[in-house]
Design a binder for this molecule. Structure first.
Ligand code: GDD
Ligand code: MG
Length: 332
């Protein structure tokens, strides 16, 4: 089965990290987010993914230059200007005349896609949306359903306090070719505001399945940090990164690292290959990227130090993300 992954967004809320690296290629516990997503899709029988690109396409082209990710074939299409979510799907689906799985490129989840496809088949649906439950649905697409899952309404980003339910669009869909044909070619169209609501004009086309699976939209700095903590905490299975080994309880290490004998590591911690932790440093509940350095006496707490970055000697990094190759040091 083929998947279309929407990765055209600019990731504005994660600036400055996303000025040079598109959100889907930012690492979550030392693994580019999109690789985690492709691994998840591969487990559910996806053998080809089409990336719907717009922002910083060169970064994806370089990352997937081989056209493969494991056993999966990777292709991409590049929008000249943003076509919106449905426009992006339609553009990526040109030449595809079969059922596809579509997912937003900024959701970390272990949703059961196989079960979603089964649910879709059982109802002979044209489109099926995965739903997850959140506390505040106002930043999402809100989707009330009947008992059998038939969608009653699709309300994108309702004003606070006005959502009819806490079940929201989880950003994973199964779409039949007939839905793809509904999307006018090469125009800007929103699947949330146009395509799905219009499907409700006729009964029994659009369904949605409720899920309790792990789910997180990584679009804000807080959520980006939360995703790392969840992965380190084993919420998506262990080890937290492929090939990581448990050096001590809750302390994970990839490849060769250099840890001073009097440095303190407090779970959960992940050290990327080539990471260096200096004398007397204290690292707790954090991810240290490949080739990153925590100098002597520095403290790193609930933080993410990306590849090649440095926390200067005796410096304190608490609840921060240090960008790749940056140096965290207070003036004076
Ligand atoms: N190719 C392409 N072109 N991709 C786009 C475009 C575009 O013009 N606009 C957005 N995307 C991609 C983004 O990169 C992201 O992966 C996905 O589409 C969703 O866009 P966001 O900007 O992240 O939307 P959102 O988070 O506000 O809301 C969406 O996701 C929620 C779940 O996280 C909606 O689908 C909501 O209904 C949903 O609840
Ligand atoms: Mg989003």
């Amino acid at each position: 089965m083929k998947a279309i992954v929407l990765v055209g967004g600019e990731g504005t809320r994660l600036r400055p990290l996303t000025y040079h690296t598109p959100k889907p290629l930012l690492p979550i516990a030392n693994v580019p987010f999109l690789e985690r997503q492709l691994t998840w899709l591969g487990r559910h029988g996806i053998d080809e993914a089409v990336l719907s690109l717009g922002y910083l396409p060169e970064a994806f082209e370089a990352h997937f230059a081989s056209g493969r990710f494991g056993d999966m074939r990777i292709r991409w299409v590049i929008e000249k200007e943003p076509l919106g979510t449905a426009g992006g799907i339609g553009f990526a689906a040109e030449g595809i005349d079969e059922r596809v799985v579509v997912c937003n490129g900024d959701v970390l989840t272990d949703l059961d896609v196989t079960g979603l496809v089964r649910f879709h088949d059982e109802r002979a649906a044209e489109a099926t949306i995965a739903l997850t439950r959140v506390e505040d649905p106002s930043a999402f697409g809100v989707v009330p359903t009947r008992e059998d899952g038939e969608v009653v309404a699709f309300v994108e980003k309702p004003p606070p306090g006005r959502a009819p339910t806490n079940w929201i669009n989880a950003g994973t869909y199964v779409l039949e070719p007939s839905v793809l044909r509904r999307i006018p070619p090469r125009l800007t169209v929103s699947i949330e505001r146009e395509t799905f609501p219009r499907m409700l004009d006729s009964p029994r086309r659009l369904f949605a399945q409720h899920s309790d699976a792990y789910w997180l939209d990584i679009g804000t700095p807080r959520k980006y940090a939360e995703a790392q903590a969840d992965v380190l905490g084993g919420k998506l299975g262990l080890p937290p990164a492929p090939g990581a080994r448990e050096h001590d309880s809750g302390i994970w290490v990839q490849g060769d690292v250099d840890i001073a004998s009097d440095a303190r590591l407090r779970a959960a911690v992940l050290l990327g290959t080539g990471a260096r932790i200096g004398a007397g440093a204290d690292v707790a509940e954090s991810v240290i990227g490949p080739g990153a350095t925590v100098e002597s006496g520095a403290r790193v707490l609930r933080s993410v130090v990306l590849a090649g970055a440095r926390v200067a000697a005796d410096e304190k990094a608490v609840d921060v993300v240090v960008a790749a190759d940056a140096r965290l040091e207070c003036a004076g």
